[in-house]
Design a protein around this ligand. Structure first.
Ligand code: 0L1
Ligand code: MG
Length: 254
């Protein structure tokens, strides 16, 4: 068994059983390319359990996120249908190691999109946009990792919840975002924090996904957090509101 396959099995088992593991880079000199190979192999294991690819998440697309994790380049991960949580529903905290949540803007793809595209081409492939949240749950101890570790770990992506869809024919370059916990705002931001305009994140997603055949019609693309993420505790009610687009919420259960 090659070590990439072994790493994929370890990180997949850590995610499946909600157990923290040591960083891979503590014992192996992994590069970014190998890390994406581990990510792909670990997601293959989910496919073997019946999960389906539902889209991609872009990560570290804002200064706040880069500063929070000490990394300064955009990364990506895969979303599966099993990672989607019901809007207004609840998540079970015990299914995660040390989950955090962050506001996101979601794109719903109308057409396939792949490779080098302009922002206008990217926008023309969008069916709708929505307020959303991503649950990120690093499988590494203490939420500590180097860039190859986090990429191998599906860029920490562990769940997502999407609010109501809106037409994309509006200016969403600088909309206010509030993340509330039990009605109290804990993070405030703007969609402008996502690479200056969230559409740039979709351009980056089309480029990133090209080696796997590009983004597909019907997929969801999470543009990336605009604020730092918030650590979840049992009992909390979490809501993200994006100006003009609406709100999305979830409750944290045992
Ligand atoms: O922006 C992101 O979704 C980054 C996820 C990877 C880093 C982290 O776990 O916070
Ligand atoms: Mg995110």
């Amino acid at each position: 068994m090659s070590s990439l396959v072994q790493f994929a099995e370890i990180v997949d088992e850590a995610a499946r059983t909600a157990q923290a593991i040591p960083q891979f880079t503590e014992s192996a000199p992994l590069g970014v390319e190998e890390a994406y190979a581990i990510q792909a192999l670990s997601i293959e294991r989910r496919f073997a359990r019946g999960e389906k690819l539902a889209g991609v998440k872009m990560g570290l697309t804002s200064r706040a996120k880069m500063a929070q994790v000490g990394v300064d380049e955009v990364i990506w991960g895969r979303l599966t249908d099993a990672m989607r949580l019901e809007e207004g529903g609840s998540l079970s905290k015990k299914r995660y190691v040390h989950p955090r949540i962050e506001p996101e803007l979601a794109f719903l793809m109308k057409r396939d999109l792949s490779g080098e595209v302009s922002p206008a081409e990217a926008l023309s492939a969008v069916e709708a946009i929505a307020p959303a949240m991503e649950i990120i749950d690093s499988r590494y101890r203490d939420f500590k990792f180097a860039l190859p570790d986090v990429i191998a770990d599906n860029s920490s992506s562990s769940g997502f919840v999407v609010g109501n869809w809106n037409k994309p024919d509006q200016d969403f370059s600088n909309l206010g975002i509030a993340l509330e916990v039990d009605g109290r705002a804990v993070q405030i931001g703007s969609t402008a924090a996502i690479l200056g305009h969230p559409i740039r994140s979709l351009v980056a997603a089309a480029r990133a996904a090209a080696p796997i055949g590009g983004l597909k019609a019907g997929w969801i693309v999470l543009a990336g957090g605009a604020t730092a993420a918030h650590a979840l505790s049992v009992g909390q009610h979490i809501r993200t509101t994006i100006q003009k687009l609406g709100s999305v919420s979830i409750r944290v259960a045992e």
